[in-house]
Design a protein around this ligand. Structure first.
Ligand code: HEM
Length: 424
């Protein structure tokens, strides 16, 4: 096929693929029709449809993310549709695909310069202190509904944990300001009428904590960023903080929600709650294989024409990493292995992507997600899905599959004694 991506019409919207109830069946059909590199519609656009290539193969994704000289990250220089002004300025693709001055959108030496403080800061965190604070935050959240007998573990729990725990436990921002930061960033991402107010509040909070740490350094990542020679001024420190606080928000929420859903619905896991076999870490790993939080990761842009998976790709096309699809690539699993995700301790999935931009916060994110799942199961003994047969609705997105809700029931403290020998 030599047709140019921009000229293709009638392509499947990426949001439709992400919303598929049988995700891996959909990938199998797409592979059959197109091979491992599939043209998709990223957004209809008011003036032009915006297309991209969705990579469905484990090897194809690895080849791209590990070769940053041929496949760049910076849309400002390398995404043809963006450079030529074809993407609407208020496009829904903006939050994930429009450039900002941080490590995420940088290449080569600039990326190395901005990435080093993230890796260094994470390495120096006091893991034990962090774990204690996360547990306290999760317990406080369950305390809001433990006496009620039912809850939505997405809206009332998982969605509140990641930003607040990162702001509080990593950057040393007090709880009240961490909660305000969470609200401000949600307003900003929502691009509604309160978006600018939200951003001003976020800037005020970060400016204050930066000023406070200059006067009184502490054992946190704000102080580590201020001391790091790679960051040139307070604006860069603030951009790095903003990236860390927002990058893991939706992904960690999804990870917690999906692991809870798996543990409450699959007898191999729900068995554990009643004395069975598989535990929280196995559930977290299985989610990363079967339905990783970042379903489709944008984007890489080839800096020259090339071939991927036998398909001709033009310089400047958008390549989307099908991280969920990589998990069910039939070439990496034995053909007779129907339940390919059930390989305990196999962490070779691409849930974190790979190469220079691989998620720097794998350990921290696991600590947050593990403690969040453990705490919910421990604090809500006897918890079950409210309606085990109801399909889980998803928040529409081309990139992620966030459960819109996770309704559960549990005996209230007055109606049932706590189990002895809980998970903690
Ligand atoms: C505490 C929570 C988290 C934080 C602070 C965090 C932070 C970050 C940051 C700063 C980046 C950009 C790195 C770079 O471009 O050099 C990133 C990338 C990424 N993160 Fe995370 N993250 C978190 C949780 C997660 C979770 C739960 C997942 C999914 C399992 C995830 C998956 C990814 C992926 C796929 C990328 C992109 C890699 C690529 O472009 O190749 N992250 N993360």
């Amino acid at each position: 096929m030599t047709e140019r991506l921009a000229d293709m019409t009638g392509l499947t919207p990426l949001t439709e693929i992400a919303a598929s109830p049988d995700l891996h069946g959909t990938y199998a059909r797409l592979r059959e029709q197109w091979g491992y590199v599939v043209p998709v519609l990223l957004e209809q656009g008011r003036r032009h449809p915006i297309n991209g290539w969705l990579l469905l193969g484990y090897r194809e994704i690895l080849d791209v993310v590990q070769d940053e000289r041929r496949f760049a990250r910076n849309p400002e220089l390398h995404w043809r549709d963006y450079v030529e002004g074809r993407v609407d300025p208020d496009s829904g693709l903006a939050p994930m695909m429009f450039p900002r001055p941080n490590a995420y959108f940088a290449d080569g030496e600039t990326h190395q310069r901005l990435r080093a403080p993230l890796d260094q800061g994470l390495l120096e965190l006091d893991q034990h202190a962090m774990a204690r604070r996360i547990r306290a935050i999760c317990t406080e959240l369950t305390g809001d509904f433990v006496g009620r007998g039912h809850a939505d573990l997405v809206a009332e729990y998982a969605a509140h944990i990641p930003m607040v725990t990162v702001a509080n436990t990593m950057f040393g921002i007090d709880m009240e300001h961490s909660r305000r930061l969470h609200e401000g960033l949600l307003a900003l991402f929502g691009s509604g009428a309160d978006s600018q107010d939200g951003y001003l509040d976020v800037q005020r909070i970060l400016t204050d904590v930066i000023a406070a740490r200059k006067k009184a350094p502490a054992a946190d990542m704000t102080t580590a960023f201020l001391r790091h020679p790679n960051l040139r001024d307070d604006t860069e420190v603030m951009q790095e903080m903003l990236l860390m606080i927002s990058a893991g928000y939706e992904t960690t929420t999804i990870w917690i929600a999906r692991a809870l859903l798996l543990m409450l619905s699959d007898p191999r896991f729900s068995g554990r709650i009643r004395g069975g076999t598989l535990g929280v870490n196995e559930a977290l790993d299985e989610v990363l294989w079967r339905d990783p939080p970042m379903t489709h990761m944008p984007a890489r842009f080839p800096v020259m024409d090339c071939r991927i998976g036998g398909r001709q790709i033009t310089r400047g096309d958008a390549l989307i990493l099908g991280l969920a699809a990589a998990g069910s690539d039939p070439r990496i699993h034995p053909a007779d292995r129907a339940n390919w995700w059930q390989e305990i301790d196999n962490r070779a999935h691409l849930g974190w992507s790979a190469g220079p931009h691989t998620c720097p916060a794998k350990g921290a994110a696991r600590t947050i997600a593990r403690i969040a799942v453990e705490t919910a199961l421990h604090e809500l003994p006897g918890v079950t899905l409210a309606d085990p047969d109801a399909p889980i609705p998803l928040v529409p997105s081309p990139w992620t599959r966030l459960p819109a809700c996770l309704h559960v029931r549990f005996p209230t403290a007055s109606s049932a004694p706590k189990t002895v020998g809980g998970i903690r």
